[in-house]
Design a protein around this ligand. Structure first.
Ligand code: HXC
Length: 514
C-alpha cells in the first residue's frame, strides 16, 4: 500500500481525535471538565480502548450545520477492558456542538449497545451533552427513543452504568435514569427536565443549577444519583471499582477474587448490641467487621440513610447487603428507604448476586406525611422485591424485627433460605411499650398507680416476646447464633447455597406496585 494512504488514514484519525478542535478542548478544560477521550483513558485499563465509528459524520444540511461535519459527530464509542474484563463504552464529546445528540450520533450509541447485548457486556455511558441536536429536530428525538428502548431491553441483561459529567437536560435524563447506576460529580454534573430559566418563567421560582439538579441534590433529595464524586478522577475510579463486584451479564456470576487471610477473632461481637433496646449503634461498623476487610462498596450513601445498601465480599465472593441503620431514625422503614432497598434487591436478583439482610427495624414510620405520600405502595415495593428474588438470601436478625418489617426483610416466609438470629433479637408485632398500652389498656386505666402497671406489663411482654426463641420454636428462625460466629456462619451458608435453584411462575412479568 502506498505511504500516502497510510498517512491519509493517520491524518483523518488525528483530526477525529481532536474532536471539536483545540479551542473546544481548551474551553472544555476551562469549564473544569475533561474531554471525552481523557475520560475514557481514566475509565479503562491502559491501552485497551478500541474505537468504533470514528469516521461517522452527520448528514444534516439545515441551519448551516453542513459546515460543521466533525468526525465522530460528538460521541466517542468503542470497547475496552476494566481489570481485564471487556466493557462497551460511549463518551459524549461536548467540544462538538455541545455534545448534542443527532441521528448519526444516536446510531453510534445504539450500535455499541447492541454489541453489548449480543455479547453480554456491561455498558458504561459518559454523559455530557446539550441534549437533542436542535438542528436535526425529530431525527434527534427518534435517536433518543432508540436509545431508551435499548436501555429498557438491556435492563436486567447487562449492567448499565451512567456517569453524568456535564449538563444532562430535557428528555436526555431518561436514558441514565433507566440504567442501573448513576454517578455524578460535584459542581460539574447537572440533571433536570427543565433548567432554572424555564422554572423562573413558569413558576417564578428562583433556583440555581446546583440546587436544582446538582450532584448533592440528586444524592440526598431525589435519589436519582447513586454516587457523588469529588471530581472526575474519583468518578472513574469508583466506576472501575463497581464493575469488579458485578457479573458481565445475567447468565454469569460476579468474579470471585482470591481470599487468603486469617479469619478475625470476633469475640467482641458478643457484647456489641447495647442492653438498652433504644440505644443505637452503627450498623456500618458491624458490616465491616463481618465482611472481607475493606470490601464494602456502599450505594446511595447519602439517600435514605436509615437503610444501608451496597456490595461486599465474603471470602472473595460478591454479596449484596441490605441493612437497617439504627443510627438514623432508629432504622425505621419509610417511603424512601423502601424504594432504595427494593431497587437494590432487584438489581442483585437480576444479576445473580446473593443477598445478606442485617435486620434491626422497629417497623414502618407512622404519620400522615408517610401515609399520604404512599408508604403503603412504596413499602410494598420492598416486600415485593424480597418475595420475588430467587437468588440465595440470608437474614441475620440483630435486634428488632417488629411488625410488617419482620415479614418484609427477607423473612423465612418470603423464601429466605437461611434465617439466623442473635440472642438479642426481638421478634414481635410491635415494641413492648406500644403493645402493653394496647392490650392492657383497661388494666392500666383502672389501676391506681398507672405507671407501675404499665411498667409491669411492659416487662411481662418483653419477657415473653422480646427474644428469638418463639420464632425459633416454629422454625421461622433456623438457628440462634452467638454473634462472634456470624462471619463463620455466613461463609458456611453462602457456600452451601451458592447453586440454589428457585423459580417464579411463568408469566409475562409481575406488576410491582410502582
Ligand atoms: C445544538 C447545541 C445544543 C443543542 C448546545 N449546543 N446545546 N447545539 N443542539 N441542543 C452548542 C451551542 O450552540 C454551542 O455551540 C456549544 O454547543 C456549547 O454550548 P454553550 O451554550 O456555549 O455552552 P454552555 O454555556 O456550557 O451551556 C451548555 C448548555 C446550553 C447548558 C447545555 O448550551 C444549553 O442550554 N443548551 C440547550 C439545552 C437544551 O435545551 N437542549 C434540548 C433539550 S430537549 P458553539 O458553536 O457556539 O460553540 C431534549 C429532548 C430530548 O434534549 C428528547 C428525549 C425524549
Amino acid at each position: 500500500m502506498s505511504k500516502n494512504k497510510i498517512e491519509e488514514l493517520r491524518e483523518k484519525r488525528a483530526e477525529a481525535q481532536l474532536g471539536g478542535g483545540a479551542k473546544g478542548i481548551d474551553a472544555q478544560h476551562k469549564r473544569g471538565k475533561l474531554t471525552a477521550r481523557e475520560r475514557i483513558d481514566l475509565l479503562l485499563d491502559q491501552g485497551t480502548f478500541e474505537e468504533m465509528d470514528i469516521f461517522v459524520r452527520h448528514q444534516c444540511r439545515d441551519f448551516g450545520i453542513d459546515k460543521q461535519r466533525y468526525y465522530t459527530d460528538g460521541v466517542v464509542t468503542g470497547t475496552g477492558k476494566i481489570e481485564g474484563r471487556p466493557v462497551c463504552v460511549f463518551s459524549q464529546d461536548f467540544t462538538i456542538l455541545g455534545g448534542s445528540l443527532s441521528e448519526a450520533y444516536a446510531r453510534k450509541i445504539t450500535k455499541i449497545m447492541d454489541l453489548a447485548m449480543k455479547n453480554g457486556l456491561p455498558v458504561i455511558g459518559i454523559n455530557d451533552s446539550g441534549g437533542a441536536r436542535i438542528q436535526e429536530g425529530v431525527l434527534s428525538l427518534a435517536g433518543y427513543a432508540d436509545i431508551f428502548l435499548r436501555n429498557t431491553l438491556a435492563s436486567g441483561v447487562v449492567p448499565q452504568i451512567s456517569a453524568v459529567v456535564g449538563p444532562c437536560a430535557g428528555g436526555a435524563v431518561y436514558s441514565p435514569a433507566i440504567t442501573d447506576f448513576i454517578f455524578m460529580v460535584d459542581k460539574i454534573s447537572h440533571m433536570f427536565i427543565t433548567g432554572p430559566n424555564v422554572i423562573k418563567a413558569v413558576t417564578n421560582e428562583d433556583v440555581t443549577f446546583d440546587e436544582l439538579g446538582g450532584a448533592m441534590a440528586h444524592a440526598t433529595k431525589s435519589g436519582v444519583s447513586h454516587f457523588t464524586c469529588e471530581n472526575e478522577a474519583d468518578c472513574f475510579i469508583k466506576i472501575r471499582k463497581l464493575v469488579t463486584y458485578l457479573p458481565s451479564n445475567n447468565m454469569e456470576i460476579a468474579p470471585v477474587y482470591d481470599y487468603e487471610h486469617p479469619e478475625p477473632d470476633l469475640e467482641e461481637l458478643n457484647n456489641y448490641v447495647p442492653d438498652n433496646p433504644n440505644k443505637p449503634y452503627d450498623m456500618k461498623e458491624l458490616i465491616n467487621k463481618i465482611i472481607d476487610p475493606d470490601s464494602f462498596f456502599e450505594i446511595h450513601k447519602e439517600y435514605a440513610e436509615n437503610i444501608i445498601v451496597g456490595f461486599a465480599r465474603i471470602q472473595g465472593r460478591t454479596i449484596g447487603i441490605v441493612a437497617n441503620q439504627p443510627l438514623v431514625l432508629a432504622g425505621v422503614l419509610d417511603l424512601n428507604s423502601s424504594i432504595k432497598g427494593a431497587r437494590f434487591v432487584r438489581f442483585c436478583d437480576a444479576f445473580n448476586i446473593p443477598l445478606l439482610v442485617l435486620e434491626d427495624v422497629p417497623g414502618f414510620l407512622p404519620g400522615t406525611d408517610q401515609e399520604w405520600r404512599g408508604v403503603i405502595r412504596h413499602g410494598a415495593k420492598l416486600l415485593y422485591a424480597f418475595c420475588e428474588a430467587t437468588v440465595p438470601k440470608i437474614t441475620v436478625i440483630i435486634r428488632k424485627a417488629y411488625g410488617g418489617a419482620y415479614d418484609v426483610m427477607n423473612s423465612k416466609h418470603v423464601r429466605g433460605d437461611v434465617n439466623l438470629a442473635w440472642p438479642s433479637a426481638e421478634i414481635a408485632v410491635m415494641g413492648a411499650k406500644g403493645a402493653a398500652e394496647i392490650i392492657f389498656k383497661k388494666d392500666i386505666v383502672n389501676a391506681e398507680d398507672k405507671q407501675a402497671v404499665l411498667d409491669e406489663k411492659i416487662s411481662e411482654f418483653t419477657n415473653k416476646f422480646a427474644n428469638p426463641y418463639i420464632a425459633a420454636e416454629r422454625g421461622f428462625i433456623d438457628d440462634v447464633i452467638e454473634p462472634k460466629d456470624t462471619r463463620k456462619k455466613l461463609i458456611y451458608y453462602f457456600d452451601l447455597i451458592q447453586n440454589k435453584v428457585d423459580y417464579n411462575p411463568r408469566r409475562k412479568h409481575g406488576n410491582i406496585p410502582l
